[in-house]
Design a protein around this ligand. Structure first.
Ligand code: ZN
Ligand code: ZN
Length: 69
């Protein structure tokens, strides 16, 4: 079980975080960490899972509007 020190919002300070038992099959790569002091969980977003999640934001091409003459 890996531990690391991170800033905890609840504790308002740097605390030791440890990887909780993971049921999602992440194993050692589980992005979730639990504060060993308050038990609050944080998700480390720096992990990348395969393809990056692309938003559904559609960009509409800037269509120039023509004014009817
Ligand atoms: Zn996990
Ligand atoms: Zn905490």
């Amino acid at each position: 079980m890996s531990e690391r020190e991170l800033y905890c919002d609840s504790c308002q300070g740097v605390q030791q975080f440890e990887t909780p038992p993971c049921d999602d099959g992440h194993g050692a790569d589980c992005p979730e960490l639990v504060c060993t002091r308050c038990g609050g969980a944080v998700l480390i977003a720096t992990f990348t899972f395969g393809a990056p999640r692309l938003g559904r934001a559609r960009r509409q091409p800037a269509a120039p509007r023509r004014r009817a003459a």
